[in-house]
Design a protein around this ligand. Structure first.
Ligand SMILES: [Zn+2]
Length: 233
């Protein structure tokens, strides 16, 4: 006997010894007093917590090599079936989880969980270029009747062309109503063909149509303000 036998191994070894001795020590080739298969099968499939010691059939089975062999066969088949059922149940559960996960992915993509409309690449952004003539507040020049910049009430891909000689770098963009920003975005201005410009993607389709103030600044600098009309189709 190995010196470091685990309790499980010891149990299995003793069980095997006991089983072998029953299979060997109680030959009953004439099958005297043997119960029929249904009884053996029932014993073999009995839950482990159900006592069998007082069962007269169990006493016979443990004292009849032939019946015990059949009992072991039934018992092995039964345990294999239970194992297979558990495996099937596991697969069913796993498949169910996959279905749930796919449903969630679909729902998230459809934006079912977001209260806002999705602001992502699937929206069709309308390209628009806005020319900013000066970074000073034009309205303060007095009587300046320049028409407001018109931006459609849609998802827009705005290119903001900054006044000549504007520095490149990080810029901020806002639309304000009653001095409160309702849309904010930022971008990096680059110099191209002599013009400094940056682009922002903003979804204006939830805004009420009407007059707004657009504010633009280089990060860290002062804001410039410009009247803007958000116009519905
Ligand atoms: Zn028997």
């Amino acid at each position: 006997m190995p010196p470091e036998e685990s309790p499980e191994a010891k149990f299995d070894r003793l069980k095997k010894q006991l089983q072998d001795s029953i299979l060997r020590d109680y030959p009953n080739p004439e099958r005297k007093g043997c119960p029929d298969d249904a009884v053996l099968k029932e014993l073999a499939e009995r839950p482990l917590d159900q006592a069998v010691e007082d069962d007269p059939h169990w006493h016979h089975v443990t004292h009849c090599s032939e019946c015990y062999r059949e009992f072991l066969t039934f018992n092995n088949a039964f345990r294999r079936e239970v194992k297979a059922k558990r495996a099937r149940a596991g697969w069913t559960l796993a498949a169910g989880l996959v279905v749930v996960a796919l449903g969630l992915i679909f729902a998230v993509r459809q934006g079912w969980f977001s209260s806002q409309r999705p602001q992502n690449a699937e929206l069709a952004y309308v390209k628009q270029t806005v020319d900013i003539p000066s970074m000073t507040r034009s309205a303060e020049a007095g009587g300046d009747s320049k028409p407001p910049i018109v931006i459609p009430r849609k998802p827009v891909d705005l290119t903001l062309q900054l006044p000549i000689a504007s520095p490149v770098g990080p810029y901020e963009f806002q639309l304000l109503r009653e001095k409160q920003p309702v849309v904010s975005a930022s971008g990096t201005a680059v110099l191209q063909n002599g013009t400094t410009s940056f682009s922002v993607r903003v979804d204006l389709s939830n805004l009420a149509p009407g007059m707004y103030e657009m504010s633009v600044r280089k990060v860290g600098w002062d804001w410039g303000y410009y009247p803007v009309e958000v116009r519905a189709d």
